[in-house]
Write a protein of this length. Structure first.
Length: 385
């Protein structure tokens, strides 16, 4: 029996949960059953890692990018059609907003038997101009009409999609965005590593781990750090990540009273080791799917203060692995941070074990494999050669 040819399409391979999980999926699909391909827009921090993947055919679509650019977007659509025509996939699985729309439209035009999209989050949100919001929803609705199945990473995202009539007539399922469990359990706290991160021996460390873009609202993290460090001088705030807001964030951080207690570390890959040496994680996002840093922190035993929004409410259990704060409210975040540090909050071990089971990245791949086989068995035969 010939292997099923699966093409994953994603907008850009930056250092984010959707991108890392997509790379893990194509790397770990059962090679006796599946033939994985990957198409991405160029210029991501993970491009070289993707190109080095074993037994994965990787292509870059030169005009595929995140900003709305009508001419370039049409060219990207045509390039995707050409690439899919060459590959002749049995299944196309898209990720992220731009690739999700253009990829599904291209796959439909090329009559791909099975078209799947994962909503790791939405490209539209409540903070947008009403006209832009309606346009993005309309585009998603049209792409959904061309889809056979939708995957959601959170129940709240699925609920909102249904309210906006995005599910249309296709089937859908919940598959959590998984994390690698063992490295999180094995990483150790050491004085040497904490010193490397600039954490005083008797100090407490608070970190935000995220791409520095408006969605993640890193300025609220800076403002909360200013409030906390005025009252707790041994608290160290670490900002791990980079992005379009980096300059604005660093400019504001330089002006807080205890600026030496705020450190920007940029992108770091040793997240399990970093988590093992933290006392608290903070995520002040404005909108989300379900950010993987929260299950990662919970498994590593680090409490989280995060925004009371969307899928985050599904993974933060007050008093057991952290607390919720109101978005764009530095004072609320600061009060929760001060309480957590003062009381030395710990993660409930029983909850951590539940999260380990639900968010195991190996289970995520198994669920996707089962879905691929199920959908392929009921699809029209492929014409690939």
């Amino acid at each position: 029996m010939p292997r099923l040819r699966i093409v994953h399409i994603i907008t850009k391979l930056e250092l984010g949960g959707a991108q890392q999980n997509t790379l893990y999926t194509v790397s770990n699909l059962n090679r006796s059953v599946f033939e994985p391909h990957l198409i991405s827009g160029p210029g991501g921090i993970l491009d070289d890692e993707a190109s080095a993947l074993k037994d994965v055919a990787v292509r870059f679509c030169g005009e595929l990018s995140r900003p709305i650019r009508p001419v370039a977007d049409y060219q990207a659509y045509q390039q995707l059609r050409e690439q899919l025509r060459e590959i002749k996939p049995d299944i196309v699985h898209t990720h992220s907003s731009k690739a999700g729309v253009l990829g599904r439209l291209a796959a439909s035009a090329e009559k791909v038997p099975v078209i799947i999209h994962t909503y790791h989050g939405f490209g539209f949100h409540r903070y947008q101009n009403a006209g832009v919001f309606k346009l993005y929803v309309a585009l998603e609705r049209e792409a959904s009409r061309r889809s056979h199945h939708l995957i959601f990473v959170s129940k709240e995202n699925r609920k909102w999609a249904a309210e906006l009539d995005l599910i249309q007539k296709c089937s859908d399922s919940l598959i959590r965005s998984g994390v690698e469990i063992d490295p999180l359990l094995q990483a150790q706290r050491t004085d040497a590593f904490r010193e490397q991160l600039g954490i005083p021996r008797k100090g407490q460390a608070v970190a935000m781990i995220a791409c520095l873009k408006p969605q993640k609202d890193p300025l609220t993290f800076v403002e909360a750090a200013d409030i906390v460090t005025r009252k707790m001088h041994n608290a160290k705030f670490l900002l791990i990540g980079d992005g379009e807001m980096a300059d604005a964030v660093l400019k504001r951080a330089a002006k807080i009273r205890y600026a030496h207690n705020f450190v920007h570390l940029g992108w770091r890959r040793e997240i399990p080791e970093i988590l093992a040496n933290l006392d608290l994680v903070v995520l002040p996002s404005l909108w989300e799917g379900l950010p993987r840093v929260i299950p990662e922190a919970t498994i590593a035993g680090v409490p989280v203060i995060a925004s009371n929004i969307d899928g985050i409410r599904e993974i933060i259990f007050e008093g057991r692995n952290g607390a919720l704060a109101e978005p764009q409210n530095p004072q609320d975040f600061a009060e929760n941070i001060l309480k957590a540090l003062d009381e030395e909050w710990k993660v409930d071990e029983d909850l951590s074990r539940v999260i380990q089971h639900e968010f195991d990245i190996r289970e995520m791949v198994r669920q996707q494999e089962s879905l691929y086989l199920k959908l392929a068995s009921t699809a029209a035969p492929s014409t690939k050669t």
